[in-house]
Design a protein around this ligand. Sequence first.
Ligand SMILES: [Zn+2]
Length: 331
Amino acid sequence: MPLPDGEAMMRKTIRTLLAASLLPLAACGAEHSTVHNTPPTPPPSSAVATTEAIQRQVDANELGDVPVLMYHRITEKPTSVYDRTPEDLRAELERLASEKYVPVTAAAYVTGMIDIPAGTHPVVLTFDDGDPTQFALTPQGEPAPRTAVAIMRDVATRYPEFRPVATFYVNGNPFGDPGGTRTLPWLRGHGMEIGNHTLTHANLRQAGSAGAQREISRGDQAIRQGAVGADPVTISLPFGIHPSDPALALSGGSDGVRYHYRGVFLVGANPAPSPYSPRFDPLRIPRIRSQASTGKEAQFGSTAWLDKLAAAPANRFTSDGVPNRMADPGK
Ligand SMILES: [Zn+2]
């Protein structure tokens, strides 16, 4: 649906401002890793009065924490703590929907473009390794039943505010699809983010500086070739391991081709700060492993953390519904 002219223009302006304010971030090294997203510019004063009323009503807090959930295989027969069954995934997504979480992509989170209704909370759903249990297409071109994408879309039909969007961190030839030429364009065309997870799932510390940059750069190129027009914005580190020079995860190059990311995602083990928080570090964004309330290290898993966020709602990011204004309860 087209946006009203005024709103479209405002969003465009904000995007431009954010892009300008963040340009040094993409070009910098570790010493600048504490540069933060600039809060959006204020709207006209009449809008402020209305917005502040909404903010009070919904206890908006856009400096609160954001859960970034991490999934791997979605399988009937889990064999590791990283696996979840289709029923586990459905139950977790339904819990998120009923607790007023709205999925946004990792790219939207790191750039501060969190455009969700007032009173709702952003959640980032991330899927690593391009496993075919996350996404596959039927011969008719529909998401295969019981894949993560099919489950996500099904949950979204039952909960109108829940958006079926996620970030897929892929290696070369994802989802059992040579070159990703069938799957990646579908994902991109349906609002999903495709993020880099290196070409061959390399341990970037062991790869050395040149090797790490080659792995990241070639993974980046593979995404661009599989989904023409894609421009990867974020990366998740295989095994959660940075290159020896951590800044090379954000920015570097190989064979004459450069890459720049806005966020580097880790493997564990707690909610991520608001992108407007002084604690936000684009080089080290924590994620939470999807997990039941029991099992190995379950205190760092999603069920435990969603329980904690529900028990202390003041610590959680709650939107004021206005994407171009940051609601700070401390002011
Ligand atoms: Zn991985």
